[in-house]
Design a protein around this ligand. Structure first.
Ligand SMILES: [Zn+2]
Length: 92
């Protein structure tokens, strides 16, 4: 689970920065964890472009939350966006 309050705060700030609706995502995470099977009936949406994922999702874990992507491009763009945010935070 979430290690501490400071990390949680950072995580939520990041979600706000990325305009990710975090309340929805926290709920979804619980559902996904419980129902994650190789043949998953639950429809996943790409965390970058919002498209429905029909094939095996590309995943990326950040602050204990798993993000799902429809293609390697979305995954790469998402990581790039996080890197940009981190850089901006360090500079300010
Ligand atoms: Zn996508």
């Amino acid at each position: 689970m979430i290690p501490n309050i400071r990390m949680l705060k950072e995580m939520l700030e990041k979600f706000v920065d990325l305009k990710i609706p975090f309340e929805t995502n926290i709920v979804l995470k619980t559902v996904k964890k419980a129902e994650y099977t190789p043949r998953l009936s639950l429809k996943l949406k790409c965390d970058y472009c919002g498209k429905e994922i029909t094939d095996e999702p590309y995943t990326y874990t950040l602050y204990n939350r798993r993000f799902y992507f429809c293609c390697p491009i979305c995954l790469r763009e998402f990581k790039e966006r996080i890197r940009t945010l981190d850089r901006r935070k360090k500079q300010s």
